[in-house]
Design a protein around this ligand. Structure first.
Ligand code: SF4
Length: 220
């Protein structure tokens, strides 16, 4: 999202600075995360009462009824709407109409590409290869916030990593919501190990890590 705003000419400032637009990328993995998301939304409006407050992401996706009652919020965007955030913000700046845009997260059968990313870390890049989870563990809200498993096409992953390898980045961190499910939604036998082996062949990449929530596994 930062990259999309930069490409459209916006300046990114620290959250503690006075800004014209505040985007809070919410989390709903625990009730504490919900509480923190609400706190940051309210805090942003206090930093600049004239600003536009945008709530985005997982908590928005599952808690529309809560967030629509928070008067500080101008725009609520669910998981699928993140990729068009600049469009929605500019629409709001034009119309000043408060909006809640939350698509059905189970509707999209394919991974949606988010566009290219600028890497500020000179040594390591985090590469998202997958979204969603099909396991529906009884205590977990993630499948309802992120939808079912959608895997990013290997060609897209390889292309991105090949490009960043040319800039001198030697380490990639492979991530997603349920990375082990990578490839489950493809109509072939292509799995995470096949992707890792392809990444392993890319010239310049010296280390591959897999981020599984809090655990990190080194591949070589
Ligand atoms: S596997 Fe993990 S992300 Fe998926 S439902 Fe279970 S706890 Fe949630």
């Amino acid at each position: 999202m930062i990259q999309k705003f930069k490409e459209s000419g916006y300046e990114i400032v620290d959250f503690s600075d006075k800004a014209d637009i505040y985007v809070i990328n919410t989390c709903t993995v625990t009730s504490i995360a919900d509480k923190k998301s609400r706190h940051f939304l309210r805090q942003a409006k206090k930093l600049n009462p004239e600003s536009v407050i945008v709530a985005v992401g997982c908590y928005v996706q599952v808690a529309r009824d809560v967030l629509e009652k928070i008067p500080e919020i101008d725009l609520c965007l669910g998981t699928n709407e993140k990729s068009n955030i600049v469009y929605y913000v500019e629409e709001f700046l034009r119309t000043k109409n408060k909006e809640i845009k939350i698509d059905d997260v189970f509707k999209d059968p394919e991974y949606s590409e988010f566009g290219s990313v600028t890497y500020t870390d000179k040594t390591r890049a985090v590469i998202k290869v997958q979204d969603g989870c099909d396991r529906f563990c009884s205590y977990c809200i993630i499948p309802y916030a992120r939808g079912r498993v959608r895997s990013r096409k290997p060609e897209s992953v390889i292309k991105e990593i090949s490009q960043i390898a040319k800039t001198g980045i030697q380490e990639v961190v492979i991530t997603g919501i349920h990375v082990a499910s990578y490839g489950k939604d493809f109509n072939n036998e292509y799995k995470l190990i096949d992707l890792l082996e392809e990444i392993n062949k890319i010239e310049g990449i010296k280390r591959i890590r897999i981020r599984l929530n809090r655990a990190i596994i080194n591949y070589r």
